[in-house]
Design a protein around this ligand. Structure first.
Ligand SMILES: [Zn+2]
Length: 253
């Protein structure tokens, strides 16, 4: 940031572009707890970077079966409904594919070996350069939100999957025997962190992000004005632009 920007209270953050992957493929994996979380966390970035040649994949860890207040809506109906909504949102953004883990119930996620192995397997299959996920350590966000326990579990397992589990062939060696190879993720991007160091200017993508969120009709209906206002305000900075902010960690190894 220049000194002029420091003096100007209306100046926003200095926006960042996608990292230079060198000779490695531009592949990113967004690991999230529930359908709609990847869109809240990184839809704008996924859309913009996809247009620049990146292949984005979403991995949703739970079945999303508790995301309704409708007493008549059973998990049997809600789970496929939410998966369909997530696929439609991804399509809106240009995300290449959405994967769903099986057997992890919404609201009941813990840091366990089975979930770790499941995430490691996807990392070894897709070989992402960058992994995006939830903030795992903060329990409160901005003095007004509690960080859902599934979000914390997903963030922590994903980070542990990146390092060391996916990298080491003696972690989940049965996957190596099946033909997968260890994989080193180079960069981790965390959303929901109170000290982000990587703002992505999503001003050109904010309407697409909103369209993606509105695909989750089981969650937001047709999108009330109140919801649209919340979404716009949530990502808007004082300079009038919109940003998704991440804690970026570049792994030096
Ligand atoms: Zn969630």
């Amino acid at each position: 940031m220049t000194s002029a920007q420091l003096e100007d209270a209306s100046a926003g953050p200095v926006a960042e572009g996608p990292p230079d992957t060198g000779d490695q493929p531009k592949v990113a994996l967004v690991v999230a707890a529930h359908p709609d979380d990847p869109d809240f966390g990184a839809a704008g970035t996924a859309h913009l970077w996809s247009k620049l040649g990146w292949d984005f994949y979403y991995l949703v860890c739970t079945d999303g079966s508790k995301g309704t207040e409708d007493a008549s809506l059973t998990a049997e109906r809600l789970v496929p409904m939410r998966q369909k909504e997530q696929r439609a949102a991804a399509q809106e953004l240009g995300v290449k594919d959405v994967l769903f883990l099986e057997g992890h119930v919404d609201g009941e996620l813990t840091h366990n070996r089975r979930l770790l192995g499941d995430v490691v397997r996807v990392i070894r299959q897709l070989k992402p350069y960058a992994v995006f996920t939830h903030e795992p350590t903060q329990i409160f966000h901005r003095e007004s939100f509690i960080n859902h326990s599934d979000h914390r579990a997903t963030g922590l397992v994903t980070i542990d999957a990146v390092y060391p589990a996916a990298r080491d062939r003696w972690n989940f060696p049965e996957q190596i025997e099946e033909g997968l190879e260890p994989h080193k993720v180079k960069e981790v991007f965390i959303w929901g962190n109170d000290n982000p160091n990587f703002p992505v200017d999503i001003t050109d993508a904010v309407e697409t992000k909103i369209q993606a969120l509105l695909r989750h009709t089981s969650q937001f209906g047709e999108g009330t004005n109140e919801f649209l206002k919340f979404v716009r305000e949530r990502w808007k900075d004082k300079d009038g632009k919109y940003y998704e902010r991440f804690k970026r960690v570049t792994l030096a190894r």
